[in-house]
Design a protein around this ligand. Structure first.
Ligand SMILES: Cc1cc2nc3c(=O)[nH]c(=O)nc-3n(C[C@H](O)[C@H](O)[C@H](O)COP(=O)(O)OP(=O)(O)OC[C@H]3O[C@@H](n4cnc5c(N)ncnc54)[C@H](O)[C@@H]3O)c2cc1C
Length: 490
């Protein structure tokens, strides 16, 4: 991690071009950027990244959206700055950066470059973090982590299950078996960003020793040639370069070292890494999209004139109010997100992965309810901001060439991506009222209030019939073998 405060950012000529007269010359002033949260090295990295966005990522974003093109070329550009290994320790050839920097990079890509790339990159960082978490004694993970930029080795997370929708922590259609030399993995996923385009996948299944408890989960490293994807079926409202199609791992036989962490490590990995990183970085993505929409709209409203009244659109108080509210709400979401990044840095000595050599070190996990809140706020805000920025641009905003309609469509993914905003609002409200134990992720605790309320509606005959049916169900179940998750290919 870089912390010196006396190093001046390097000025890249392309950066000057990007800000003066270039594509971002009319953006919201940098006075509104909380640059005090970044180190000089991070500010310098951001400037280089903005220049790369102007030159490569943004032009590609348009083609990606129109023609459903996976943004591999943008990943190649990101690799030229070492960004695929952003979180990888310097001794393994990475940039050794921290959580705040990860949020900054995702926000910058979404704002100035390509939101689809920002989301694919979010999933890449999630996979990298899941691998770093358990890489200490694992040569397979160490090997991939040291080749990320040199080979443009894109990673992703495959969790969501077709049977359980956005309850991505419940992989009911997936399973793994122990073999003599390793594992056989069956994974069926309904959605996976970069499916069929990524080079490596972290997938979650029930554990090899599964005994009916769906909270017993394990993670595996799966290579590109072990998955089947159907990218031709991907076509969506927004994030069209994201290619979040279905994925099948149909009994891949893999060596022992490709289990990520010990058997049953899935919940620890979710709470400590996958949720915190996904929620931090995806929030940054939604904030970047909000800022991108503000930038585009600012350019339009400060140039468009109405000759009859001699005013620019930006001179109308109504439009100023739109911008005031959009900037204030987006700044709140940015500060909220970056503050969680700072907390994560503080908890981990600046994202020092060596703390996880102790498998029980799970400092990020205690703040899950905070990560839920930043994602809810950022995903709610992006839809509102993009909507109002389009209104501020009038009919011109409705046309494709201004790009704001693309930002609006891309931002819409925020609310529906798991954990969806309905679920997050429920989690936060329920835990605030009834405590965290009431959340019952794996449907294990009985709600006796509901049960008794329903029973009250029955007469004695109906109660007797129910009791008999239940008794016979118990008899059948106690003599049956343990129910296994369905085969992935079933
Ligand atoms: C662009 C994009 C990229 C994605 N990338 C990935 C990826 O890389 N990896 C991955 O694993 N998944 C990914 N997903 C999947 C995502 O995380 C969700 O699993 C998916 O969006 C859920 O869709 P669904 O149709 O199954 O929704 P459903 O789960 O069927 O939801 C339907 C509705 O029910 C609501 N709902 C569901 N449960 C509850 C509840 N308990 N309380 C209240 N309301 C509830 C939902 O909020 C929603 O309004 C991606 C999704 C998108 C859109």
């Amino acid at each position: 991690m870089t912390t010196e405060s006396n190093v001046k950012p390097q000025v890249n000529p392309q950066v000057n071009q990007a800000f003066s007269g270039g594509p971002f010359s009319s953006r919201l002033s940098e006075d509104f950027d909380p640059e005090w949260l970044l180190t000089p090295q991070q500010l310098a990295l951001q400037k280089k990244l903005i220049a790369l966005c102007a030159e490569v990522l943004r032009p590609n974003a348009i083609a990606s959206d129109r023609n459903l093109i996976y943004p591999r070329e943008n990943f190649e550009a990101l690799a030229s700055l070492g960004l695929l290994g952003l979180l990888v320790p310097t001794e393994w050839g990475g940039l050794g950066e921290n959580h705040v920097c990860a949020a900054m990079v995702v926000e910058t890509i979404a704002r100035y470059g390509c939101p689809s790339t920002a989301m694919c990159y979010t999933m890449h960082l999630g996979a990298v973090a899941a691998a770093l978490f358990r890489a200490h004694e694992n040569p397979a993970l160490q090997s991939i982590l040291q080749r990320l930029d040199a080979e443009v080795a894109i990673g992703t997370l495959s969790y969501s299950d077709p049977e359980t929708g956005s309850h991505f922590w419940y992989p009911i259609s997936s399973r793994a078996e122990e073999t003599d030399s390793g594992w056989q993995v069956f994974k069926r996923a309904s959605w996976t960003t970069s499916a069929g385009f990524a080079d490596w996948y972290i997938v979650q299944t029930t554990s090899p020793n599964f005994s009916g408890d769906y909270s017993d989960l394990s993670c595996f490293l799966i290579h590109a040639d072990e998955v089947k994807a159907e990218p031709s079926k991907w076509d969506a409202l927004g994030l069209r370069g994201n290619q979040s199609g279905s994925l099948l791992v149909d009994g891949a036989v893999i060596p022992k070292e490709r289990m990520v962490g010990p058997i049953g490590d899935g919940v620890a990995s979710n709470d400590e890494i996958v949720d915190p990183f996904f929620l931090l970085c995806s929030s940054a993505c939604w904030n970047g999209i909000s800022l991108g929409a503000i930038d585009i709209a600012r350019k339009h409203v400060t140039r468009k004139k109405h000759v009859d009244v001699g005013m620019r659109v930006a001179d109308y108080p109504t439009i100023q109010d739109y911008f005031g509210e959009a900037v204030i709400d987006t700044s709140a979401c940015r500060m909220y997100t970056l503050s969680m990044g700072q907390l994560m840095d503080r908890l981990t000595n600046g994202c020092d992965w060596s703390i996880h050599a102790d498998l029980s070190a799970l400092p990020r996990s205690a703040y899950l309810h905070w990560y839920w809140q930043i994602k809810f706020a950022a995903a709610k805000n992006v839809a509102h901001v993009c909507d109002k920025m389009l209104h501020a641009c009038g009919g011109s905003g409705f046309k494709k060439d201004m790009e704001i309609e693309r930002y609006l469509r891309d931002g819409k993914a925020g609310w529906v991506m798991g954990p969806t905003n309905e679920i997050l609002r429920q989690f936060v409200g329920k835990s605030a009222l009834l405590g965290f134990e009431s959340l019952d992720y794996w449907n294990q605790s009985v709600n006796e209030r509901v049960l008794h309320n329903e029973l009250k509606k029955m007469d004695d005959v109906e109660k007797r019939q129910l009791a008999e049916a239940l008794l016979s169900e118990v008899e059948t179940e106690s003599s049956a073998p343990i129910k296994r998750p369905a085969m992935a290919s079933a």
